[in-house]
Design a protein around this ligand. Structure first.
Ligand SMILES: [Zn+2]
Length: 222
């Protein structure tokens, strides 16, 4: 009930309109999704401890920048998780990957530090992961990978400082859950990749068999 009431007032304050064309009752209409040009190819990207990396699109169009920023920053439109995860799901459909390809995997979102979580009110990677978990029909695990140290915002740093910023920021608890498991590691965006690569390293060191990254968007082709 509390959620419904909150939703009602949010709808009054921020009526649901497409962030691309202002069409009503959706945050991303089909026409604007088509303009985003979801990638219809996949080339294996092995990057350090990541066995592969999937992304729905490249960070070229202003619309995707708007969607990501409205999702992660004010007004924190949590419901954008659905259209953003649909971009990933539609990418998988275009490259003909389906449930069977990941049936022995578990899903883990890149975690937030507790202070960041309190500030935003939700973990954007976990919200995306929930939709992917129901699409692939595999479990979402959020009590293993933990962000123990608060880090600076990666986009405010450059080069080597980004790498140092996330080094040893993550750790695994309840390691038995991921022992010899294949993992889909979810985040919203891949910029330099330091965060997701560091998470993959920690998961592998804690007994995971294979870690594959999935993001909505990458800033440039790797
Ligand atoms: Zn639109």
């Amino acid at each position: 009930m509390k959620d419904k009431l909150k939703r009602f007032f949010l709808d009054l304050l921020f009526p649901k309109t497409c962030f691309g064309c202002q069409k009503q009752e959706t945050y991303l209409c089909q026409d604007c999704e088509a303009i985003l040009e979801i990638s219809d190819i996949h080339k294996r990207l092995k990057i350090e401890q990541l066995s592969d990396l999937y992304f729905a699109l490249e960070h070229k169009k202003p619309l995707i920048k708007t969607l990501i920023s409205q999702f992660k920053y004010q007004p924190f439109v949590k419901e954008l998780a659905k259209p953003l995860s649909s971009l990933i799901i539609n990418h998988f459909k275009l490259i003909e990957k389906n449930r069977n390809d990941f049936k022995d995997f578990i899903i883990i979102p890149v975690p937030l530090h507790i202070k960041r979580l309190k500030w935003r009110g939700f973990n954007q990677a976990e919200e995306l992961a929930k939709h992917l978990s129901s699409f692939f029909e595999i479990p979402l695990i959020n009590n293993v990978l933990i962000k123990k140290h608060k880090t600076l915002v990666q986009t405010e740093l450059t080069g080597i400082k980004r790498e140092k910023n996330v080094l040893n920021a993550f750790q695994c608890e309840n390691k038995e859950i991921i022992k010899n498991k294949n993992i889909l590691l979810i985040d919203d965006i891949y910029i330099t990749g330091f965060t997701i690569k560091e998470c993959a390293r920690v998961l592998k060191n804690s007994g995971a068999k294979k870690v594959i990254g999935i993001v909505v968007v990458i800033t440039e082709p790797k």
